[in-house]
Design a protein around this ligand. Sequence first.
Ligand code: SF4
Length: 126
Amino acid sequence: MSMEALDYIKSHPEGVLQSDLWKVLKIDSRKCSRIVAKLLKDNLVTREVQSADGIRTYRLYYAEKTRGRRFDPLLAVNAFEPCAGCIEECVPEHCAKLSEWIFSIVMGVEGEVAMDIIYQEKYKEA
Ligand code: SF4
């Protein structure tokens, strides 16, 4: 299944929303999070935080498209540093995107999967 996911991401150079990927693959979102975590761990994809219809998700890119040594300092567990190119009013102490990024560095891929599951549960209840 992870090869199907990778092929799908690879065929979309503009990137694929994770919230769409699990629907396309006809799997549940938890399984999709685990597949994405494996692809991230294997350095086959990169991702950036994005909102779609008010829901936090990720845009996934095939790693060959975005990975280059010059971007490495902006990546942590293959997630882009959120301040790069950010134009929002900045209060770093209260920035959820920055907190998530730091959390992902501290916890690694397993921590991200745990966070995804927490978010999915949270939005399911809302
Ligand atoms: S801390 Fe948050 S608001 Fe400030 S630049 Fe970074 S991402 Fe943007």
